[in-house]
Structures are given as C-alpha cells and as structure tokens.
Design a binder for this molecule. Structure first.
Ligand code: ATP
Ligand code: MG
Length: 337
C-alpha cells in the first residue's frame, strides 16, 4: 500500500484527476489516497492557497499527485503555488517527456524528447519587484547556483543512462547571459566528461527552437534552466499533439510530485472536454517511480490503445469526437481488462 497526497486542483483539475484515480485504482495497484487542497479550491475553503494540512500530508507521504492550480491574484502572499511547492520540497528536476503517438496526426511521427528542466531557481526564484513607487521600472533576478545546476544536470545524465538514451543536449543562452547561463553551461560541460557513454551536445536556446521545429529527431534528452524548460516543453507538446498529452514529474531527493504540464484550462472547464491523458500518464510516471512497473505498463498500454484508435478520445485529439473526459476515462479502464 502506497500513501499518496491527492490534490485535484482547479479548473479542469477535478474532472481529469477523477479519471486518473479511477484508471490507477482499476490497474490493481494499492494506493491510499490522502485528499488535500491547494490553489483556488483551498483558498475558498481555508482562506489560504497552501494550507498547513496539505503540507503536513506531503510531509508524511513525500509523494503528491496533483491537478493544475490557479494562483489567486493578489493578497495570498504567493506568486505561484506550483513554484512554492517545488521550492519547499526541493523538487529540482522537472521531467517532461514528449513522444509521438501512432494515432495522433502531427507534422512528425518520430518525436521522442525528454526535457529535464531545472525547477527551483533561475528566473523563477521569485526575486521580482518594482524599483520605483510609480511602478515604472521592474526588475527580476535570475539565480543560478553551482549546486542547483549540478544536481539537475546529473539527474539528466543519469536519466539518460537509466532509460537507454543516447544524448543529452544543454539548451542555453550563455553567449549573452555569460554569468547565469555561463555557469549552467560550464557545469554541463564538466558533468558530460563523467558520462562518456552519453553523447553531449550544446545548443543556444533560440537556435534550439528552430532546430526543434525543423527536425525534432536530433533531440533526445534536453537539460536547461527553469524558464527555457517551461517554454520548450510547450513546444514539444505542440509537436506531438498538444498539452492534453504531456505528463510531468517533479523529482527531489526525498519527495516527488506528479502532474500534467498543462494548466487549469479555464476556457474548457466544466464542459467534459478536457483530455485526461496527461494526468493519467503522470500517474504512470508515479507508478514507475514507486517501482509498480507492472501496473504502470498496463495503464500505458491501455492509454496508447485508446489514443491511437482515436475513437473514445476528447475533441482536442479528434474534432469529430463526441466523447468527453469521463467517456475517455471509461474507455481506458475497459482497455485494461
Ligand atoms: P493556467 O493559467 O492555469 O496555466 P492557461 O490559460 O495557461 O491556464 P493551459 O491549461 O495552460 O491554460 O492551456 C492552454 C490551452 O491548451 C487552452 O486553450 C486549453 O484549453 C488547452 N488545454 C490545456 N490542457 C488541456 C487538456 N487536458 N485537454 C484539452 N485541452 C487542453
Ligand atoms: Mg498555462
């Protein structure tokens, strides 16, 4: 029995998380879900977007499965609850895999890229403010540390080794940002020497975007600082069929949090339109993390069957489809039988 803190989240969160829990439970794995609240749902109920009870639960379980969160604007004391959680539990590596699906038609059919994004510092360190009372000069500080860079870059190389990957590319802007990006690049170069079996490549971030759109097959594992990883992972999502498909793992030394890459999608909330695939695949990553490889493989095969058949899928994957979030979840459960 594994204890997992379950945060359903805001917007489309509860609807996709219900399907994910249904699918995970149907796989036969024994999970004890501890429901907790964060984001807007928590603010409305407890007056804070990150209640002590929620952190107490994660302190116990060291493992969270989370839907997207809306950060309450103004007054809550947080810029982003997602960033706050990543920083509090030092979830320094954000792993976002994007792989082509046989049944989802896009420009390329051979995309297989894993982004490892630094998740606790860089431009998301939270050091942003106005310099003048008139609020006409704003300043944001990017913090890059050797320790912070080292742990995520090591994670990327180890991930490549453990998952039979051939290459790690560091995407950076060290030509302009010589100190912050320069430090990250230096650490990547030093680290590459320690992994002679993994090919190492370095690319400037803007050129990386162009190369990725022209020929994504040249990328394998990518490691980069926080904001570049955020932006690049939406790009890779677009290459394989959209945000409804991409899971994310946030990994620290003694805690981990699994979620979708996408946000709360207010434009489709409450319409039974949201694609549950991204959070279900985040669940697959969580089960693999727990060593429950059999259940993970079973769910993955069922999701692939349903997505690739293209029949019981949400309209983001098939505009003709009349199928919603719930029907897609049911189809995945059926496919596991
Ligand atoms: P947030 O501020 O919470 O990040 P957002 O407005 O940036 O929300 P996203 O959730 O990041 O919205 O989504 C961007 C676009 O992708 C939206 O048009 C949304 O409808 C679509 N989208 C996101 N997730 C899904 C999903 N699971 N299924 C279908 N469409 C999705
Ligand atoms: Mg968003």
């Amino acid at each position: 029995m594994h204890a997992v803190t379950l945060i359903k989240g805001d917007g489309i969160g509860p609807s996709i998380m219900d399907e994910a829990v249904k699918v995970i439970d149907a796989s036969g794995v024994k999970i004890q879900w501890e429901e907790a609240f964060a984001g807007l749902a928590a603010f409305e109920q407890f007056g804070t977007p990150l209640p002590d009870e929620t952190m107490a639960s994660i302190d116990r379980t060291r493992l969270a499965f989370k839907g997207p969160l809306t950060t309450v604007v103004g007054g809550s004391g947080f810029r982003s609850i997602n960033v706050a959680l990543r920083q509090k539990y030092e979830l320094y590596a954000n792993v976002r895999p994007a792989k082509s699906w046989a049944g989802v038609k896009t420009r390329y059919d051979d995309v297989d890229i894993v982004i490892v994004r630094e998740n606790t510092e860089g431009l998301y360190a939270g050091l942003e403010h106005y310099l003048t009372p008139k609020k006409d000069i704003a300043e944001s500080l990017a913090v890059v540390t050797r320790t912070g860079s080292q742990r995520v870059i090591d994670y990327a190389f180890k991930y490549a080794q453990d998952n039979n990957r051939k290459k790690v590319t560091v995407c950076h802007k060290a030509n302009i940002l010589k100190f912050t990006q320069g430090l990250f690049l230096d650490v990547a170069r030093e680290t590459a020497v320690r992994y002679p079996d993994i090919q190492f490549d370095e690319k400037i971030i803007d050129a990386s975007c162009m190369h990725m759109v022209m020929d994504p097959s040249q990328f394998d594992v990518i490691v980069c600082t926080n904001m570049f990883g955020d932006i690049l992972s939406d790009l890779t999502a677009g290459l394989v069929g959209g945000l409804g498909l991409i899971p994310g793992a946030n990994i620290g030394n003694d805690a981990a949090l699994f979620e979708a890459v996408h946000g709360s999608a207010p434009d489709i909330t409450g319409k039974n339109l949201a694609n549950p695939t991204a959070v279900i695949m985040a669940g697959v990553m969580m089960l693999d993390h727990l060593g429950e490889h059999e259940a993970a493989a079973k769910i993955k095969a069922a999701v692939e069957k349903v997505v690739n058949e293209g029949k019981f899928v949400t309209p983001d994957l098939n505009p003709q489809s009349k199928c919603g979030t719930i029907e897609m979840g049911n189809a995945i459960v059926e496919a596991m039988k």
